[in-house]
Ligand binder design. Structure first.
Ligand code: NAD
Length: 500
């Protein structure tokens, strides 16, 4: 049977790629190739940017109510298509369908937020700033903006970006991950069905070469990136050098601090769901538990006892709780870290690893040395390290000395300790007895330090700020008495005023 080819989406429809270079899309559960991405040529990237450029003035001219209405409709289409989106997504990513449905639900929040964006797109107004002079600000779109997204949230992360970008009146070009590219086309089709004009949203498939073409294109005004830190840094530097606005979110090493007074069962449940959910392939996954004082003595066995019960299996198994990793190469890299440290549970022994799929069982490593690569590297797999320290201050120092600063959490019954941690942690997102503190869509998402390059966080109010620029108008009008309209030019309309 011929290999399925994943097309681009340019100017409102699917376009077969004409490029030479093919990239495999695996089925991580079976280890077989299920499709191929044809990496976009420079001419195809240009065609997508040109389509966006042509569509943007008309889309920008659509009233705010109309743009919000498209987001409302898109929200409803995503809502009713949840199952289909989640199933397609998990078939390429490998996460369970329930987890994929959770991702879609969190993505949906961004369409809901964008539907209410007119409130945040208002400017300010100062009457009589000087005699007869008024000053006011307006927010305008940037034009054509692009998003480059990672494999681990192929529906949610694009929605973090394009919902706000579009409602603000921009046109968008998405370069999704080449590892699970198909869901982007489904989202493109839902946007079309929601009433978005052709060309306002485009998808180019590929890898670095497509990204380089977007960076080089002078008509792309801004880049939003989510992925690993080395690529985030490179895109930030190249994009800003090319005069673009850039927000580039990078990797993470999230610490969960457990104080001795914490509820052991609640902390163990949280560590397991945050450490092994989506096989640890989340930028907000907990990868280090910092057990303070005696906390580790009960916590480590409590976590270990839960790991045997996790059902590892393909996304197509409705009872599976943890799927495979994204590629064989990545699975082998994650497994290679397990040769160091005090292994309490070794995922390499899990029966799921016997088959051809890219499976690795959950692993737990105790007394991890903070000098080891197991501690210093972002592993991005189902491996939880436990570091034991004596005091709160030592735990805080670990969090704050880490080069990453995406998320962190504290588990305690002591409100004062939690308040102190919230105040002290050098990190963009903090959980108090909440292990994965991904903000709701009306706050913004972003880490600090090597987890974000740029000034503005993603989605929410900062997302809208990123995709708009402010213009300030200073105006003076002669204040003559108003002229009375003559009867011949006056128009009477008894209808209620419409906004569309
Ligand atoms: P990645 O950096 O390999 O790829 C991300 C995107 O960049 C993909 O679209 C890819 O095609 C493209 N890309 C890869 N190499 C490139 C290069 N050299 N030049 C230009 N573009 C390039 O990341 P990934 O493996 O897809 O995703 C996992 C990483 O993403 C992890 O490090 C994870 O922490 C991070 N992540 C961060 C967040 C966050 O919000 N901070 C969220 C999700 C994932």
């Amino acid at each position: 049977m011929a290999m399925r080819i994943v097309p681009h989406w340019i100017n409102g429809g699917r376009v077969e790629g004409a490029g030479e270079r093919r990239l495999p899309v695996w089925d991580p559960a079976t280890g077989e190739q299920q499709a191929a991405v044809v990496a976009a040529t420079d001419a195809e990237v240009r065609a997508a940017v040109q389509a966006a450029l042509d569509a943007q003035p008309k889309w920008r001219a659509a009233s705010l109510s109309r743009r919000a209405e498209v987001m409302f409709r898109f929200r409803d289409l995503v809502d009713s298509g949840r199952k289909e989106i989640a199933t397609l997504l998990s078939a390429e990513h490998g996460k369970t369908v329930a987890d994929a449905a959770g991702e879609v639900a969190r993505g949906l929040e961004n369409a809901e937020f964008a539907a209410g964006a007119p409130h945040l797109l208002k400017g300010g107004y100062s009457e009589q700033a000087a005699t007869g002079v008024d000053v006011y600000s307006i927010r305008q779109p940037l034009g054509v903006v692009a998003g480059i997204t990672p494999f681990n949230f192929p529906a949610m992360v694009p929605m973090w970006m394009f919902c706000n970008a579009l409602v603000a009146g921009n046109a968008f070009v998405l370069k999704p991950s080449e590892k699970d590219p198909s869901v982007s086309l489904l989202l493109a089709d839902l946007l079309r069905r929601a009433g978005l004009p052709d060309g306002a949203f485009n998808v180019v498939q590929g890898d670095k070469s497509a990204v380089d073409a977007l960076i080089a294109d002078p008509d792309v005004r801004a880049l939003s990136f989510v992925g690993s830190t080395p690529v985030a840094r490179a895109i930030y530097e190249a994009g800003t050098r090319a005069g673009k606005r850039v927000q580039a979110l990078g990797g993470a090493k999230n610490h969960m601090v457990v104080l001795p007074d914490a509820d052991v069962d609640a902390a163990a449940d949280a560590a397991v769901s945050a450490g092994y959910g989506s096989a640890g392939e989340r930028c907000m996954a907990v990868s280090v538990v910092v057990a303070v004082g005696s906390a580790g003595d009960a916590l480590v066995p409590a976590i270990a006892s839960r790991l045997g019960k996790i059902r590892v299996g393909p996304a197509s198994d409705p009872d599976a709780e943890m799927g495979p990793l994204i590629t064989r190469e990545h699975r082998d890299r994650v497994a290679s870290y397990l040769s160091a440290g005090e292994l309490v549970v070794d995922g390499r022994d899990h029966p799921a690893t016997d088959g051809p799929g890219f499976f690795l069982g959950p692993s737990l490593v105790d007394n991890v040395d903070v000098g080891s690569t197991l501690y210093t590297d972002e592993i991005f797999g189902p491996v939880l390290s436990v570091v034991r320290v004596e005091t709160y201050d030592e735990a805080l120092k670990l969090v704050n000395d880490n080069p990453y600063g995406n998320g962190t959490a504290i588990f305690t019954r002591d409100g004062g300790a939690a308040r102190r941690f919230q105040y002290d942690a050098v990190c963009g997102m903090v959980g108090v007895n909440v292990p994965i503190p991904v903000p709701v869509a009306y706050y913004s998402f972003g880490g600090w330090k090597a987890s974000l390059f740029g000034d503005l966080h993603m989605y929410g109010p900062e997302g809208l700020q990123f995709y708009t620029r402010t213009k300030v108008v200073t105006s003076r009008w002669p204040t003559e008495p108003p002229k009375i309209k003559s009867e011949t030019t006056s128009e009477v309309d008894l209808g209620f005023p419409k906004v569309r």
